[in-house]
Design a protein around this ligand. Structure first.
Ligand SMILES: [Zn+2]
Ligand SMILES: [Zn+2]
Length: 252
């Protein structure tokens, strides 16, 4: 069979998506993409799978379909730490997200909040962002870092070069490489090419993610796939848990 891209990151009505699991599977098939569901599993997302029991029901439901069973976990929330091993092993892959970062003061800066908890400069924010990212990479047993360039709303419009200095890019890429975590090319929060190239050059695996919540968005990985190919990544090297394995199935 011909190779098909895998969308490692899509949402359903189990969290904040608009489609059912069946609709995600159908939409992906129509785009010749292998589907995953990776709903929010967190106590700090408005609509999410928000308990161990709910996560069990979510996986039960996914197992009824021919679909990869992912989950998107907030690093700053503790639910991912509470899932028992037998439940973790039923996920095909897991994504870690910096939906909030921790300032040196201990305050959290949420990615989707319009207000900062304190007066901080973009530079202070970005150093704290990198600290949080490195902690995520050290402590979170995930396969993919979701939308690696997502930053908090108040700073989202700043020029890329101001946010992502070469030193910060280096630190991100080293942390991902050391932890064996893939870099997601998100169709929703598109990374700049220099950073993706740096990750590829360091040997970090690349993952494609629509981060789709609607029919239009789910399984649309054309632009991320185009970028990966342009930067010389072979199709078969793009992250696919069936081919490359997952930390969910590796026992400590
Ligand atoms: Zn996310
Ligand atoms: Zn997402």
């Amino acid at each position: 069979m011909n190779w098909q891209p895998t969308d490692c990151h899509a949402h359903t009505t189990f969290s904040d998506g608009a489609l059912t699991i069946a609709q995600v599977v159908e939409r992906a098939a129509s785009l010749n993409v292998l589907p995953s569901v990776a709903d929010h599993i967190s106590r700090d997302v408005a609509r999410a799978v928000d308990s161990v029991e709910a996560a069990r029901k979510y996986i039960d439901a996914l197992e009824e379909y021919d679909v990869l069973r992912g989950g998107e976990f907030c690093w700053h929330d503790s639910l991912w730490r509470e899932l028992p091993d037998d439940l973790v092993a039923r996920f095909t892959h897991r994504l870690g997200s910096l939906h909030a970062i921790r300032l040196p003061s201990g305050d959290l800066v949420h990615a989707f909040s319009r207000r900062l908890p304190a007066v901080i400069s973009p530079d202070e924010y970005m150093w704290a962002h990198l600290e949080s990212l490195e902690t995520l990479a050290r402590e979170m047993p995930v396969d993919i870092l979701s939308h690696p360039t997502l930053v908090t709303l108040p700073f989202r419009q700043l020029p890329t070069d101001e946010l992502w200095t070469e030193e910060r890019e280096e630190r991100m890429v080293e942390a991902l490489f050391a932890a064996g975590i893939a870099f997601e090319i998100s169709n929703r929060y598109r990374p700049h090419e220099r950073l993706v190239k740096r990750a590829i050059d360091r040997g970090v695996r690349i993952s494609l993610g629509s981060d789709g919540h609607t029919l239009e968005q789910v399984a649309d990985v054309a632009a991320p796939l185009g970028m990966a190919r342009r930067l010389g990544v072979r199709d078969e090297d793009l992250y696919d848990p069936r081919r490359h394995g997952s930390k969910t199935t590796v026992r400590a």
